[in-house]
Design a protein around this ligand. Structure first.
Ligand code: MCA
Ligand code: AMP
Length: 505
């Protein structure tokens, strides 16, 4: 049987024919049958543009229903979908295209000139555009091209997508995800979270990461339910739409913003059956406050780009604040000692490892990195510190990796430090995450100027403009004569986090 994930989706899409798939507040959107037909036209366009099975299709466009159709058409023709954060700068895009060598780069219409330049530099043969209204050369090509109603034969282990995640060394790594990885996880989540045809998901997340793309859209497709696509999170719009929705998925910042709003009441959430949180820790206070104000216990789950979703609080049963619940069906975990790699006794803190059909097959063209993190017995080292309590609920208590998560986006300090260190007059720098009321953690830089040099906060911030995506740029920059180091010479970021901990409070 064809194990192309799109084969499963197409069956559901045919069954759901007239039902809404994606709607928007502007009244545009696609019913399932229309979406299926559009993937045939887009598959024709991709073929005409030279995309063949196994080729990567890199995409940096604003959120629109057509972007999801592009994702589906890429799967249909056996391509590998490569979504890119809309906030990435030209420099960042250059790296991804050079590394992934896509056959096609789809960009925003207004970015065409820059995109062409980057494509020429990196050897990417084709560039097409896709705009927010479904405009641009890609959809025009789809109208012209001969539609393809076949679904290219794929093995479960063939690649369906590559998603870049930053690395501790500063170089982003492409996590290779297969049809099995995505399909097994979507099926598991439909069951675990009781998704059904009546569901209407309020979709306010971006669609270039696992959360908004795979968790939200694959689950919707598998369940045959519908999604309301919102350009971004806007509390005013969320409150208007909640009476017409049944589920919302969000990062903790969504919930910390909602609980501060007097419009959050049992009445406005009465039609909703489920609120899911993930991508970063949800504080127990937010969980409790949300429940007190609405009667809904937010369901917190835990996942990673490399693994999709692993752990989840139960749908039926207690959703415990401050925990990420239990392993999803088919997922195994162990909590191991940092030094020995052996499992730690129950109740003790160690490094969380995960195994299951959801776990990726490695980093694109980085076999050594893959061997370091994906063990021979199939367990993946998450780099998160966890412990399991006496009721079997898992708590994520910290990170073994040097990572900041700001509003659900990962920022690897090394990447930011490397750019700051290039500024003339900088001796060295350390980037840390500090408690932030809105983003959970605020990216913060401590900079050591060269002797005799005076730098200002604004100078450092100006230098980073255009080099790093906005969300990676520090919210504050502090200066110091030196960085605290241990006897091994390692920067003691804990001391810096202590010193500056009240910066955003
Ligand atoms: C926007 N800004 C940010 C962030 N977002 N700065 C730091 N961190 C951010 N996350 C900047 C803006 O550029 C702006 O800068 C200023 O902060 C205020 O913007 P604001 O309008 O308040 O922001 P927003 O547009 O409301 O966005 C905040 C947000 C958004 C809603 C939290 O960042 C978001 O949707 N995050 C979701 C990320 C996500 O989907 N993560 C999933 C990764 P200025 O004013 O100077 O221009 S997948 C994953 O992690 C795994 C697999 C998992 O488990 O899910
Ligand atoms: P990413 O690499 O963007 O996929 O981010 C994955 C990381 O997000 C994980 O390794 C965790 O550090 C963090 N994460 C995701 N969900 C949760 C959660 N519910 N609680 C705490 N951390 C989380």
């Amino acid at each position: 049987m064809n194990q192309n994930l799109f084969h499963t989706f197409a069956q559901r899409m045919r069954e759901r024919g007239d039902a809404d798939f994606i709607t928007t507040r502007q009244g545009t959107g696609y019913r399932y049958a229309e979406a299926l037909a559009a993937t045939e036209r887009l598959a024709g366009a991709l073929t005409a543009l030279g995309v063949t099975p196994g080729d990567r299709v890199a995409v940096q466009v604003d959120k629109s229903p057509e972007t999801i159709l592009l994702y589906l058409a890429t799967l249909r023709i056996g391509g590998v979908y490569l979504p890119l954060n809309t906030g990435y700068t030209g420099d960042e895009i250059h790296y991804f295209l050079a590394d992934a060598e896509p056959a096609l780069f789809v960009c925003r219409p207004e970015n065409l000139d820059t995109a062409r330049g980057i494509a020429a530099d990196t050897g990417c043969p084709q560039v097409a555009t896709l705009g927010i209204q479904g405009d641009g050369s890609l959809m025009e090509e789809a109208e012209r091209a001969t539609p393809r109603d076949d679904i290219v034969e794929r093995d479960a282990n063939d690649l369906a997508a590559i998603l870049y995640t930053s690395g501790t060394t500063g170089r982003s790594k492409g996590a290779m995800l297969t049809h099995r990885n995505l399909g097994s996880n979507a099926a598991t989540l439909v069951e675990a979270w009781h998704f059904n045809e009546q569901d209407r998901l309020i979709h306010a997340l971006p669609i270039f990461h696992t959360h908004g793309l795979f968790v939200a859209c694959n689950v919707t497709l598998m369940a045959g339910s519908s999604m309301l696509f919102l350009a971004k999170f806007d509390a005013d719009v969320i409150f208007e739409e909640m009476p017409h929705g049944t589920v919302m998925m969000g990062v903790p910042t969504f919930y910390t913003r909602l609980v501060q709003d007097p419009r959050l009441t049992p009445e406005v959430t009465a039609n909703m059956r489920l609120f899911v949180s993930g991508s970063a820790p949800l504080t127990a206070e937010t969980h409790q406050e949300f429940e007190a104000k609405t009667g809904h216990a937010i369901l917190e789950r835990y996942g990673m780009t490399e693994t999709n979703m692993n752990l989840s609080n139960p749908y039926d049963g207690a959703r415990r604040a401050g925990t990420v619940g239990m392993p999803l069906s088919g997922v195994e975990y162990r909590i191991t000692d940092r030094e020995s790699g052996e499992p730690v006794p129950e109740g003790e803190i160690g490094i969380l490892q995960i195994r299951g059909p959801n776990v990726f097959v490695g980093y694109w063209r980085m076999p050594e990195k893959t061997r370091e993190e994906l063990l021979e017995d199939g367990f993946f080292i998450t780099g998160d510190l966890a412990m399991v309590d006496e009721r079997g609920y898992i708590h994520i208590v910290g990170r073994d990796k040097d990572l900041v998560i700001s509003g659900g986006y990962n920022v690897y300090p090394k990447e930011v430090e490397q750019v700051i260190d290039e500024l003339e007059g900088v001796n060295e720098s350390a980037v840390i995450g500090l408690p932030h009321p809105d983003f959970g953690e605020g990216v913060t830089a401590v900079v050591v100027p060269q002797p005799g040099v005076t730098l200002s906060e604004q100078q450092v911030l100006d230098f980073l403009q255009g080099q790093l995506a906005k969300y990676k740029q520090p919210k504050r920059v502090f200066f110091a004569d030196s960085l605290p180091r241990n006897t091994m010479g390692k920067v003691q970021k804990n001391q810096l986090r202590d010193k500056y901990r009240d910066t955003y409070r």
